[in-house]
Design a protein around this ligand. Sequence first.
Ligand SMILES: Cc1ncc(COP(=O)(O)O)c(C=O)c1O
Length: 200
Amino acid sequence: MSLVKEKFLKLGAEYAPGQEVRQNTNEVKLRGEKIPGTPVDFSHGDVNAFEPIPGSLDNFIEGVHIGGEQAYTEYRGSKMIRENVAEKLSNFTGTTINADQNFIITPGTQGALFLAMGSTISRGDKVAIVVPDYFANRKLVEFFEGEVVPIQMEYFHTNTCAGLDLNQLEDAFKAGVKLFLFSNPNNPTGVIYSQEEITA
Ligand SMILES: Cc1ncc(COP(=O)(O)O)c(C=O)c1O
């Protein structure tokens, strides 16, 4: 079997994101708390909870009248967008993000993860992944032939933090882990990491 075929077989494409949780309920434990308010389904692409941002139609029409480019944009994404978002992100994160050097626009987060992981994972590299976490993280590590090192998150019995096993994470780094992947809020549980966990 060709290497490419092997890789794609390993990816497993039976379920769309979100459906994995629906169809494999043993894998993810649900706390089942009653939460007030209208439920929002955060499954991939299913979020339909908000009205469009006020004025967005006017902005769109204005943009059509201004006209635009029909050609490819710069590889890193339009300079105007990069500068605008880099400034906002710099303010938000408190670090300086250079629009020309530290920034690239991608068609979605998954595209960004693919590029980031493709440029950091070599065959055999150890990559720590929170369990459970975004379904594609594991698949991407396997695609780039890294070795998955699971880090348990005991979200079930805690209310003050996400429940990440920080000792296990530290041991993993001591044992040669090169990269650590986590989503915040965590997908699929919706758990948010505490300040202490993020700092640690
Ligand atoms: C943690 C996480 N990463 C990446 C993605 C994929 O994002 P996108 O649709 O922007 O590719 C999702 C989508 O739900 C997600 O929850």
